[in-house]
Write a protein that binds this ligand. Sequence first.
Ligand SMILES: Cc1cc2nc3c(=O)[nH]c(=O)nc-3n(C[C@H](O)[C@H](O)[C@H](O)COP(=O)(O)O)c2cc1C
Length: 216
Amino acid sequence: MLLDDCVEKRHSTRSFLKKPIPRSVLERALTLAKNAPSSSNIQPWRLIIVEGAARDRLAASLCTAATQGGPFVPPIPAAFQHYRSNYGKGLYGDVLGISRNDHVRLQAAQLRNYNFFDAPTEIIVAMHKDLAIADALSVGMYLQTLLLGLAQEGIASCCQVAVAGYPEILRRELDVPDHLEIICGVAVGYEDADSEINSYRAQKEEFTAVTRFISI
Ligand SMILES: Cc1cc2nc3c(=O)[nH]c(=O)nc-3n(C[C@H](O)[C@H](O)[C@H](O)COP(=O)(O)O)c2cc1C
């Protein structure tokens, strides 16, 4: 697949088939992703790949926690809030037909994060806690390379900051050492092409809205 095709094909998938991913396919994408750049080549990304019984145990613990109290979601500056509300309206309102005031259905849709949208594999992405913002950027570059490598293999994905909202559960279940800061999860698997939620495509700004050229 050409790079353009991989970039355009990748989108956040929120309903997966339960079909497991062959280890060889995951390993090919991981091998490709190691080529990502990083500040001083420190390669700060750390991954824990959770499958099988471990994945089911983690999902069960997260689902229990999430039904008892929401995760901590950091507030975003006012200038960005309209993006979050457009996204929520598009995904939950327009595609799933859930009204803003239907808190029961909204919560049920959001809780699907904690069963990883049925994905057979959840990747936990972490970085040493003493590293800086440029190193988090390196982790992001790695992650996009990985997601494109997976897309090339026909594997869908969805990054999940929601999962990082319960760090104590991830630490306990997966034995994550204290020096690692958990950044996000990523649900990975084969897309359920018949699921309505996967028809959602997020709106993106043209580069002209976020870029300035200075030439003289
Ligand atoms: C770091 C990060 C965290 C995200 N966390 C979540 C999440 O918790 N749940 C979710 O449904 N989508 C999550 N997403 C997906 C975004 O909503 C999605 O990337 C955005 O709406 C753009 O859509 P696209 O990925 O289809 O291009 C996350 C994406 C990123 C990059």
